[in-house]
Design a protein around this ligand. Structure first.
Ligand code: GDP
Length: 386
């Protein structure tokens, strides 16, 4: 799971560290040269001070002896005092101290940041992270890293922590849906209605069956609505799952009104005190307008408690485009990403989360009914090696 992105992030972190260290070493070398110079100047100043002191004493002694040369002596004294003023030893010392600090700490500049981020950008794009997300990540990272004094020994860890923090800002943690439904059912006579949508082949039917299985395991009863009356074999496919799970499925014939099927399923649930109605819908129509019309109608008729977008974790930019369309058409409350067990990139999960601004609810992690995992933000970030 997410192996590619994990490896890319790891490589990027050590590369970024090296890049910044290289720059810092160059600066350190410069400082070393400067401090050598300063040391020499200091020694020179000390020597000069000593000479001045001796000269002053000499003048004092001579002054006592020969008063007639008093004018000349005064002039000489003034000259020496001026020379003394020029030796700004303490100031030089402060400068040296602050420069020496740079041996151990470094500030990432705008140009360092741009350089290391451009490498990360390529890796993220290769791993299905959408451009919008990359922009957001960039600004988050920038705030965390730019102009901050970072100890050299902690450079890699600081960048890693900043990346982790930025992802934590972008990725949302979902509520436990089962818990939420249980609480809802305690207070409502009405069944909890979930509308599932997504294009064909992504694993939508299997995902509905997996969720039904999870509900049953949690002692929540459910009924299925075969509201995808558009795609050939969709009704039979859902029926196979319903039979395996031993749950009721409401169906009409192909080409019939999908809202009517969902309406009947809700009625059945009300009459039989069923907790949840799981509504399968057609993911694709002849045109976007057809899809829009059907989705609007089914949403209006069923008044779902939750609208769930199902996509493939491996689909990348296709899944991101689908999420945008469905979000415009119907409004997504949460997503389930199937086939994440075979996804080595992980970027689709981050992108769909960010684009819909709604959490990923579950990850499909295999072909069995039990292969449905509640999405856990921290675990996901950990799987990326952060
Ligand atoms: P639908 O057309 O969207 O309803 O897709 P299906 O539910 O029929 O699934 C298509 C294929 O994907 C089937 O072979 C499923 O077994 C498989 N599938 C569904 N979810 C997952 C998953 O999480 N992991 C894996 N590896 N395969 C899955």
């Amino acid at each position: 799971m997410f192996k590619f992105l994990k490896e890319k992030l790891k490589t990027w972190l050590s590369k970024s560290k090296k890049e910044i260290e290289r720059k810092a070493e160059k600066e350190a070398l410069k400082i070393e040269e400067e401090s050598e110079e300063l040391k020499k100047k200091e020694e020179k100043a000390k020597k000069l001070k000593k000479e001045i002191k001796e000269e002053k004493e000499k003048i004092k002694k001579e002054g006592e002896k020969e008063t007639k040369e008093a004018e000349e002596i005064k002039e000489e004294k003034e000259k020496l005092e001026k020379a003394e003023e020029k030796i700004k030893e303490p100031e030089q010392k402060i400068g040296l101290f602050s420069k020496l600090k740079k041996f151990f700490a470094y500030q990432i500049t705008e140009s360092d940041f741009e350089k290391i981020f451009s490498e990360l950008e390529v890796s993220l794009l290769e791993n299905n992270v959408a451009l919008e997300v990359i922009e957001k990540l960039k600004s988050e990272l920038k705030t965390l890293l730019l102009n901050k004094e970072i100890k050299k020994s902690e450079l890699e860890d600081e960048i890693k922590q900043a990346l982790k923090k930025s992802l934590e800002e972008i990725i949302l943690q979902p509520e436990d849906l089962i818990k939420k439904i249980k609480e809802y059912r305690k207070e409502n006579k009405e069944p909890y209605k979930i509308l599932f949508f997504g294009i064909n082949g992504v694993g939508k039917t299997t995902t509905i069956a997996k969720f039904a299985n999870l509900c049953l395991k949690n002692k929540l009863s459910c009924v299925l609505a075969a509201s995808d009356t558009f795609r050939a074999a969709s009704i039979e496919q859902l029926q196979v799952h319903a039979d395996k799970l031993g749950i009721k499925m409401i169906k009409h014939t192909y080409g019939s009104d999908s809202s009517a099927v969902a309406f009947d399923a809700i009625k059945y649930a009300q009459q039989n005190n069923i907790d949840i109605v799981l509504i399968d819908t057609a993911g694709r129509m002849h045109t976007k307008t057809d899809l829009l019309r059907q989705m609007e109608k089914i949403s209006r008729v069923t008044k779902p408690n939750l609208k769930v977008f199902v996509a493939e974790a491996i689909a990348g930019s296709d899944a991101i485009e689908q999420a945008k369309t469905f979000n415009d058409v119907i409004g997504i409350d949460g997503s389930i990403l199937a086939k994440s067990d075979v996804d080595e990139k992980g970027g689709t999960i981050i992108s769909i989360n960010y684009i819909t601004k709604k959490p990923i609810l579950y990850l499909g992690t295999g072909q069995n009914y039990s292969d449905l995992e509640l999405f856990d933000k921290e675990k996901f970030i950990e799987r990326l090696g952060l």
